[in-house]
Design a protein around this ligand. Structure first.
Ligand code: HEC
Ligand code: HEC
Ligand code: HEC
Ligand code: HEC
Length: 213
């Protein structure tokens, strides 16, 4: 019986019209109509992300099972030593006999700090038979412009998040076409982890010095 009256009391209190809420509702309506009057119809709006990315060369991403169409920056034009075949048309032992100048221009400084050396070497990612392209784990060629396909084989969670926009960065603006940074725009493939950093902090020693001056 007690329980019953509690429930009915609750029922009525919930149904009682709330004056405050009504007033709020009206405000909301007028605000809504004000906003509507000020807004621009997004369908007829003609601005495009392209205007903000005039200088960026981009290519359509090739992600067969993605729901979305989007672009990534073209990479091959940004890579210093590309095309690799400028030098790698000769066999490796011949390359090693190149003059000092040539060797200097080569990439002697590249060291892999990624996965264990037992599971990863240059040829895990670069196509030994044609260094102008990358290769998948099943030896299919992958263009340098689409290196996210290479990364996606082993990092499927980030790959999926990236396709939806939860990992990575969108370039230009929110209007179409959608252009996002490729994995290698942020991660160095040879050493992809970011160094951990200390947060900037107040230099208390300096402050003490200043106050005692
Ligand atoms: C200026 C000439 C030059 C260019 C351009 C060049 N390479 Fe090389 N590359 C060399 C030389 C020289 C070596 C041999 C270095 C050594 O073994 O000391 C080499 C070796 C390599 C190796 C084998 C490394 C090893 O230890 O087995 C790989 C892989 C490679 N290059 C990839 C590339 C890729 C990918 C590109 C293009 C993005 C490229 N190279 C562009 C000169 C070049
Ligand atoms: C995890 C995959 C992976 C491994 C392992 C790897 N690379 Fe790369 N490498 C890449 C990708 C992807 C790019 C293209 C990056 C870009 O778009 O800037 C690249 C770029 C390069 C370039 C051109 C970079 C430049 O700035 O000129 C050279 C040279 C190169 N790799 C050589 C090597 C050599 C030599 C090894 C082994 C010691 C190696 N890579 C191992 C993925 C890899
Ligand atoms: C053959 C498999 C393979 C490929 C291809 C590959 N990775 Fe990795 N990656 C690994 C493994 C294994 C590790 C080390 C284990 C870990 O930390 O997840 C790693 C580590 C990383 C890390 C550091 C993770 C951390 O927790 O700090 C990043 C970032 C990364 N990879 C990005 C990339 C990018 C970008 C590419 C493409 C250029 C790529 N990987 C290609 C296997 C791969
Ligand atoms: C806009 C820059 C950006 C792009 C593009 C990007 N990443 Fe990252 N990624 C990051 C940052 C920042 C972190 C966090 C690093 C940390 O916490 O130390 C990260 C972390 C990671 C890690 C470590 C595990 C994790 O989730 O924290 C992996 C693996 C990784 N990224 C792979 C990828 C792959 C694969 C792609 C492309 C499909 C990609 N990233 C694209 C910036 C980027």
């Amino acid at each position: 019986m007690v329980l019953f009256s509690v429930i009915t009391a609750l029922f009525f209190s919930c149904n009682k019209p709330n004056e405050l809420e009504e007033g709020h509702h009206e405000d909301h309506q007028t605000l809504r109509s004000k906003l509507d009057a000020m807004s621009v119809d997004s369908i007829t709006y003609s601005i495009s992300t392209d205007e903000f990315l005039k200088d960026l060369k981009k290519v359509l991403a090739e992600v067969p099972d993605s729901e979305f169409n989007f672009y990534v920056p073209e990479r091959s034009a940004m890579i210093k030593s590309y095309p690799c075949s400028n030098c790698h048309s000769k066999p490796l032992d011949e390359l090693q006999k190149l003059g000092e100048e040539e060797i200097k221009k080569a990439h002697w400084n590249i060291k892999v700090k990624h996965a264990d050396a037992e599971v990863m070497e240059c040829a895990t990612c670069h196509n030994d038979n044609n260094l102008d392209e990358l290769q998948s784990l099943t030896n299919k060629g992958i263009s340098l412009n689409h290196s996210y396909q290479l990364c996606g084989q082993c990092h499927s969670t980030q790959y999926k998040d990236w396709q939806g926009g939860a990992h990575g960065k969108r370039l230009g603006g929110w209007t179409s076409p959608r252009v996002v940074n490729s994995c290698v725009n942020c991660h160095n493939p040879h050493s992809p982890a970011f160094e951990s950093k200390w947060p900037a902090r107040l230099n208390t020693v300096k402050l003490k010095q200043q106050s005692s001056d």
